[in-house]
Design a binder for this molecule. Structure first.
Ligand code: NAD
Length: 318
């Protein structure tokens, strides 16, 4: 059963100045919703937020900031987080403070604010490591290997339980490795963005481990489409993987990007990073069956990402 398109009028996107958040904000505006954004700009950029959106600069741990952002809102997309497995290994208390306690604060305020639907951005990092690149179903073992995954897993349970108690349709989307234009460049998150920027700067990309670890790379437009599918459909709530179901090695990503941007270069290899999974591939039948969603780019295609970064890098234009 689908909601009427105008069932929901006002959305809040936390983390809406960040990579996934700002793509989602645009899609929600395009769908005719009024959109509020709550972001502390620790990673996101103010210029990512369209002028049509109401912007509240603040922290998800701050009750007043969350209340201000929630004013009049009937649906919430909680994207704000510290998105770094490596940072979570080093600073697990800070990770949990934002990614778990911040989420609980959003939940606490939301339950009193008249919200009817709420989607939580979780991660493949909640799963136990997988020795083979076999697709993981939502029922697969959840034994996170990183503090980031532990906080996301705990936040998921709170999300579903508190939403249910408050009469909110609560959904958890477990995103796999997301790529696309406008990803926030950091040294450790988003291998495609990192490699492109290194190669455009004339530097050698570093592969951690042997490069044969396999990931499920999903384009940000498909992540956005999954969120919109949840908004449009009446679901009993629950947990859904959002990936493509296809495995790609880090070596394969490096090879393709080198071929396009710096033929002949050899990547550098460095020791494996603590907290990283060997394989993380999504089983996506649940999302397909419940919401009719499927990825529009089942295999990795980063042409638009390369074009985006070329346009941002003046020396690469010539
Ligand atoms: P991002 O870093 O680009 O965006 C996160 C946003 O949250 C940033 O704009 C940042 O400024 C904001 N933020 C951080 N701490 C905050 C706080 N205390 N208060 C308010 N705002 C705060 O990351 P992203 O890739 O867009 O990730 C969005 C969501 O998707 C996150 O919840 C992340 O865990 C999840 N996710 C991402 C991926 C991926 O591959 N990018 C994979 C799985 C899950």
């Amino acid at each position: 059963m689908t909601h009427a398109v105008d069932d929901f009028r006002r959305a809040l996107v936390t983390g809406g100045a960040g990579f996934i958040g700002h793509h989602l904000v645009r899609a929600l505006l395009d769908a005719g919703l009024e959109v509020a954004v709550l972001d502390d700009l620790s990673m996101g950029k103010r210029e990512n937020v369209p002028s049509a959106a109401r912007f509240v600069q603040g922290d998800v741990r701050d009750p007043q900031a969350v209340d201000a952002a929630l004013s009049g809102v009937d649906c919430v997309f909680h994207e704000a987080a510290i998105v770094s497995i490596r940072a979570s290994v080093q600073e697990f208390a800070r990770d949990a403070d934002v990614n778990l306690m911040g989420t609980l604060n959003v939940l606490q305020r939301m339950a009193k604010a008249g919200v009817r639907k709420a989607v939580f951005a979780s991660s493949m990092a909640v799963y136990a490591d997988s020795p083979t690149p076999t697709p993981l179903l939502e029922t697969a073992s959840t034994k996170p290997v990183s503090p980031y995954g532990i906080a996301k897993l705990a936040a998921e349970s709170y999300w579903l339980t508190i939403c249910r108690a408050a009469g909110i349709e609560g959904t958890v989307l477990r995103y796999f490795n997301t790529y696309g234009p406008g990803q926030t460049p950091t040294p450790y998150v988003g291998v495609i963005t990192i490699f492109i920027n290194k190669l455009l700067a004339g530097e050698v990309p570093t592969i951690f481990g042997d490069g044969e670890q396999r990931r499920d790379f999903i384009h940000v437009n498909d992540i956005v489409a999954a969120n919109i599918a949840v908004l449009r459909d009446v679901t009993p709530g629950g947990i859904f993987n959002v990936g493509t179901g296809n495995a790609t090695s880090v070596n394969a990503i490096a090879r393709s990007l080198i071929e396009i941007l710096a033929p002949g270069i050899q990547p550098r290899y460095a020791p494996e990073q603590e907290g990283e999974m060997r394989n993380a591939i999504a089983g996506i039948d649940a999302m397909r069956r419940a919401l009719g969603w499927k990825p529009s780019r089942p295999t990795v295609n980063f042409d638009d990402v390369v074009a985006y970064w070329k346009a941002q890098t003046p020396t690469a234009r010539s």
